[in-house]
Design a protein around this ligand. Sequence first.
Ligand code: KE4
Length: 428
Amino acid sequence: MNHSISKSVFARAQQLMPGGVNSPARAFGAVGGTPVVIERGQGAHLYDVDGNCYIDYVGSWGPLILGHADSRVTESIRQAIAKGTSFGAPTAAENRLAELIVGAVKSVEKVRLVNSGTEATMSAIRLARGFTDRDVIVKFGGNYHGHVDSLLVAAGSSAATLGVPDSPGVTRGTSQDTLVLKFNDVAGIEQAFSEHGEQIAAVILEPVVGNMGCVPATNEFLQVVRQQTERHGAVMILDEVMTGFRVAYGGAQSLFGIQPDLTTFGKIVGGGMPIGAYGGRQEIMDQVLPAGKVFQAGTLSGNPIATAAGIATLEALQQGDSYPKLERLASKLAEGLHQAATKLDVPHTIGRVGSMLTLFFNSQKVTDWEVASQCDTERFAKYFWGMLEHGVYLPCSQFEASFISTAHTDEHIEQTIQAAQQSLAMLT
Ligand code: KE4
């Protein structure tokens, strides 16, 4: 494949923007080489500026569950934009999107729309601290919740450790109230509550982690988090920015049968436009200004364009048979990848929940960051480039999830499996 125009555009980007990107995830840092510069998307495909076509499994990192330029979404945006872009005043469209979220997710009685997943988790953390009048937040290694200072915290050396900053600029004062535990470690969460129970404001976790590759929580782990937070008066926050409306219309919590106190959303609820949301028990949500005293605001929160795209997306998911189709295609892909890697003796495991999945270059089942971090990332990089050259666009990191959209077809899956057979063969 020729990538000359991508290379020249990206060279200029690097003179204008840090690393040439507006989010580090896109910089191909983990796989090397130059990112392909995208011209447009259509359905399951992306087209780069050199005219190369790819079957897309990034979907803008999750939002595009209907595929690129879905006519229901673009038409909804077109109609909204004809009436103006933003008013900074209540609109009926915000009611409609809020109704769809509240109607889909049993634990959400009230919701606040914001502009990104990071804003959603940042606000949910502040709300939990305001509601409980406590400071300590518990998070888990390998879980990413956006670039919130208090959540940009690496795991300390022992299981239950007061975190250390994971980025310059995050102060010790900020990270000292963040406890970082091992994901799926029941004893660890029980120990943390026995030691810090009455200081813990909230526990936040991804019910199906997408940010160390696709790693589901165990039922037992989720139940124990629920029990411990209830017993000690802490808020349970499920970060469903990625899994919300992805793994099921009711989110991962509907699959696990768990009711958190707060849930955060993003990505799909905006249909590809900038959006986030947090919601949950009315008793807690009514603490948010102006109903309550916990401050949170945003110029473009609930803006007409993002709400139009989100409404069109959620209505399409609500009405259609999207989830059975996504499950069938994702299961077919996972099985095809497993067969290909097994036939070639490539050590691997696959993590999958619904239409989010990861091929791990690790023979051990990935259940937490300690195992995930032992993946053969060099092999992943070679596989990534092999797939790209065969016209398949994967997330550029072993520690991300691939996503299938309703625009994908059986033929796309078959083409992808063939590309994997050829790419994996290059590894042996
Ligand atoms: P945003 O602020 O990027 O909208 O959402 C942050 C966020 C919060 N919670 C979860 C579970 C998330 O996965 C994310 C963002 N996901 C990454 C991909 N793993 C976004 C890609 C990027 O940062 O460019």
